[in-house]
Write a protein that binds this ligand. Structure first.
Ligand SMILES: Cc1ncc(COP(=O)(O)O)c(C=O)c1O
Length: 433
C-alpha cells in the first residue's frame, strides 16, 4: 500500500482555503484518496509522499514531449529574462503563428488565447458574427471548456437526455442561464440520421457545428468513418461554420492534428494543451475569410494571450515536433500499449473495446463497440475504476475518471510501456479476484 499521509494532511489544509481543496473539480478524487503532487519529469510523476508513478494523465493532455522538457524550459528561460509580457506583439508570436499555419492544413490565420475554454468561446463568437446566426450544434459527451455556451450535455446521466430524435440539452452545472439552452441543439455523436434530420429542420438557423474529432472527454470514442466528412459537407451546404475542437487532438495525434489525420479542413479550429507542452497557450484559427472579421467589429483579446512563457514554450514544442520523430514514437509505443491492454483484457475474459489513437486512447469494459456517450454510459465504469485504483497502487497513473483518455508523451519509452503492461496484468488479476 502506498503511504498517502502527506497528501491527506495537505488535502485537509487545502480544504480550509480552496473548495474541495483543489483548483478544478476534476482534480478531486475523494476524501483521503486525492494525491497531491510534488514534481514531474519525462513520463513520471511524484506525489508529496514520494510515491512515483508512470503518468498517463499528462496534465489532462498538454504534455506531449514529457514533463519539464529541457528544450522547452530552456526556450522559456531564454525569453523571460527579457520580460514576461508587454502590451504589444513580439516576433516570436508571429513565428509560432507561422509554424501553426504550416503544420495544420485548415489554418490560414490564428489568434492566441490562454486556455481551451477561451479558444472555443472566441471561436463561437466569431462563427456567430460571421453567419449572423445564433444557434450552436454540439454533441453529447463532447466538452469544449467551462464557458456557459457549450457546458451542456457533457456528463449528464443518459436518462436526462431524452429521446435521441429530439435530445434535451442538459446544463452541466448550476449557474448556467437556462436561456442559453435555447441557442443550443444537442445530438448523440456519430448519429448520422439525427444529424441529417437536424440539418434539414434547422440548418439555415445554425451558426456553428462544434465537435471534437474524437470524444476526448468521453472515453476517446472515435468518429465513425464518414461522420466528420458528413459534418464538413452539410455545414458547407448550409453556410454553417464548422468548428473542430482540437484542444486534445491538436499536435497530439499528428503534427497537423485531426485535420492531417482525417484530411479534413474545418472552417475554424481550436487548440491549447499540446501546443505549449504544459505552458499556457491556446489558439483559434481557420479560414482567412472568417478569421479576418476579427477586429472588424468582432471582439477578441485577452491580457495574457501572448504571455511569453506560453509563446516560447509553443515555439520550442512545435520546433521539436517538426524536427524529431515524436509522432512516430508515440504511435509505435501507444500501439504496443493498446495492443497489450487489449490482449490482457481478452485473456481475462472481459468483453471490451479499445478506443482512440495510440497517443490518446481508452477502453470500455462491457461493450464490444461504443459510438456515443449513450452507449458508453452503460459500460462497466466501476470495474474500469477498480483497475485504475489497482494500477495507481502499482505506480501507474491513468486518470481516475473513466471519461478521460490515457495520454502518452515522447518521454514514455519502451521500458515504461513494458512496466505499465506488467502492472496492468497484475491489476486486472487483482480486480478479478
Ligand atoms: C476538447 C476540449 N476543448 C476545450 C477544453 C477546455 O480547455 P481548458 O481546460 O484549457 O480551458 C478541453 C479541456 O479538457 C477539451 O478537452
Amino acid at each position: 500500500m502506498h503511504n498517502f499521509s502527506k497528501s491527506q494532511a495537505l488535502q485537509k489544509r487545502a480544504q480550509r482555503v480552496m473548495p474541495l481543496g483543489v483548483n478544478s473539480n476534476f482534480r478531486y478524487w475523494g476524501e483521503g484518496v486525492t494525491p497531491y503532487m510534488a514534481k514531474a519529469k519525462g513520463g513520471y510523476l511524484w506525489d508529496v509522499d514520494g510515491n512515483r508513478y508512470i503518468d498517463y494523465r499528462m496534465a489532462f493532455g498538454p504534455i506531449i514531449l514529457g514533463h519539464a522538457y529541457d528544450e522547452v524550459n530552456a526556450k522559456v528561460v531564454e525569453q523571460i529574462v527579457d520580460g514576461t509580457m508587454s502590451a504589444m506583439t513580439y516576433e516570436l508570436e508571429v513565428e509560432v503563428a507561422e509554424k501553426m499555419v504550416k503544420m495544420c492544413p485548415g489554418l490560414e490565420m490564428v489568434r492566441f488565447a490562454c486556455s481551451g475554454t477561451e479558444a472555443t468561446m472566441h471561436a463561437i463568437r466569431v462563427a456567430r458574427a460571421y453567419t449572423g446566426r445564433e444557434i450552436i450544434l454540439k454533441f453529447e459527451g463532447n466538452y469544449h471548456g467551462f464557458h456557459d455556451y457549450t457546458l451542456w450535455s457533457t456528463y449528464a446521466p443518459v436518462e436526462a437526455y431524452g429521446n435521441r430524435r429530439s435530445p434535451i440539452p442538459v446544463p452541466a452545472s448550476s449557474g448556467i442561464p437556462k436561456v442559453l439552452g435555447e441557442k443550443l441543439i444537442t445530438l448523440p455523436f456519430n448519429d448520422v440520421e439525427g444529424f441529417e434530420r437536424m440539418m434539414k429542420s434547422y440548418g439555415h438557423q445554425i451558426a456553428a457545428v462544434i465537435s471534437e474529432p474524437c470524444q476526448g472527454n468521453c472515453g476517446a470514442i472515435l468518429p465513425q468513418p464518414g461522420f466528420l466528412e458528413l459534418i464538413r459537407q452539410r455545414t458547407a451546404e448550409y453556410g454553417i461554420v464548422f468548428i473542430l475542437d482540437e484542444v486534445k487532438t491538436g499536435f497530439r495525434i499528428a503534427n497537423g492534428g485531426a485535420q492531417e489525420y482525417y484530411n479534413l479542413k474545418p472552417d475554424l479550429a481550436t487548440y491549447a494543451k499540446a501546443l505549449g507542452n504544459g505552458y499556457p497557450l491556446a489558439a483559434l484559427g481557420g479560414k482567412r475569410e472568417i478569421m479576418s472579421i476579427i477586429g472588424q467589429g468582432v471582439a477578441q483579446g485577452g491580457t495574457y494571450n501572448n504571455n511569453k512563457p506560453g509563446v516560447a514554450a509553443a515555439w520550442a514544442t512545435l520546433t521539436v515536433l517538426e524536427n524529431e520523430p515524436v509522432m512516430q514514437k508515440l504511435n509505435e509505443r501507444g500501439t504496443r500499449l493498446m495492443a497489450g491492454i487489449d490482449q490482457i483484457l481478452t485473456e481475462a475474459g472481459l468483453v471490451h473495446c479499445m478506443n482512440g489513437y495510440p497517443a490518446m486512447f481508452s477502453y470500455a469494459i462491457g461493450a464490444e463497440k461504443v459510438t456515443s456517450q449513450r452507449d458508453w454510459s452503460v459500460t462497466d465504469q466501476n470495474l474500469y475504476l477498480e483497475i485504475i485504483d489497482a494500477l495507481i497502487e502499482r505506480g501507474v497513473m491513468p486518470d481516475h475518471d473513466a471519461r478521460e483518455p490515457w495520454f502518452l508523451c515522447y518521454g514514455h519509452g519502451d521500458k515504461e510501456i513494458d512496466d505499465t503492461l506488467t502492472a496492468f496484468r497484475e491489476a486486472v488479476k487483482a480486480c478479478k479476484k
